[in-house]
Design a binder for this molecule. Sequence first.
Ligand SMILES: [Zn+2]
Length: 482
Amino acid sequence: MFDVAPQGLEYHYPGKTMALALARKYRPRKFSEVAVQSHVSNTLRGAIARGRVAHGYLLCGPRGVGKTTLARVLAMALNCQARSPEGEPCGECISCTRIWSGSSSLDVVEIDAASNRGVDDARDLRERAMYAPSGDESYKVYIVDEAHMLTREAWNALLKILEEPPPRVIFVFATTEPQKIAQAAAPVLSRLQRFDLKRIGQDEISGRLRHVLSSEGIDGSPEAIAMISRAADGSMRDALSLADQVVAVSDAGITADSVREALGLVAEDEYIAILGLIAEKRAADVFPTVQRLADAGIDFGVFLAGIADVLRAQLAVALGGEASGVAARTREALAAHSATFTPGDLLRMLGALSEMEPRFRKSGQQQMLVEMLLVRFALIDRSVRIEELLGELRGGTPKQSAPSGAAPSGSAQTPPVPRGPAPTTQTERSAALNPSVEAGFLDAGKGRMTTESVTQQRLASLRQKDPVLGATIDALDLELID
Ligand SMILES: [Zn+2]
């Protein structure tokens, strides 16, 4: 998704030229520099210090968390002439530098299984693995990236190597999908030492970004750094590449505005405005608001991800927790709405959002889908009412809820649900979270009926135009009306 800026591209920044992309320049040279993965790097370093290195390792984890980096540091440590007694490579000798840069080391072979799959490559690998490393003391390290892409035949060939490994030959497999290796090559797995790398949290990414930017003499506002960390979605590599992108367009340090401009993000104020719109049930305001965003050229996919972030932050607040990684203004808005949205409301909205996502990408009507989604959010019948009702019931004054108003024609999919006596405390919350307990938002007051009938008309014409859209709206209906 986020392409790394071309290596060697020169960025002109006031007073300096950055010849190296940040992600490359700040790639760790030592185990101690590998962010977050100390549980893995300490074990590997210890194995090297004690001379007890395994023949095969499997590094699992999401993208951008340091799998290949760790594999390279391991290879550096194995071949470093100036290795510390604790097992750290020096990071500066010729061998270390060559391995670190991924360029011209005879002793480290990096293979991308996504492009080198099949039995021929594995045979080739097997033949090559039989050759001794370049020096008496050195190790030959094969780093196989995207290892889950290897074929069963390739794994069988590798299994033969791992059953009788040549001396000083080490295999490091890196994968985002270990379960696929378990399916295709279970016997190989039993011969590998497996490590699971952690996803990198926003705070850790922000900390690293601050360090990198200050080392480069670049100003970065806390809000801007938080925005980049959020967009990086757990990948340190992406965070540094995004910072590169922002630096390339910015003349005055990294500000929230320059991040938005470079990454096509939507201003935090827009999300606050939309949250207010939903809270105040101003469904009719959805259309001009979304149109304004469309005119500004925003990416609706990015926008939806931003809405999800805000709703998730609001959910954290509704559950009595803290909203992390948001600007001060947003935090104030979330606090102001803390009594408006219940966890049930927010869960339903987040559920509808994630339901829509796969179809959203294929639709040619993304703006309409966003409008429909936000209108539905604004019209949603808040579970606060049912919670009040339950409160009254618990108070000993059972009250029959009469269905209010008639549902608009053609949409009466929901039979009225009889509301019995309140269950015990423990189940009340789940009842409140269960949308089926509610009467749905269609039995709303007159003002909302008008908006609703307009919505129904739009929906009918849209269904005819775009079957994907129709299916998505149906799914939303089920999610929100049921
Ligand atoms: Zn070295």
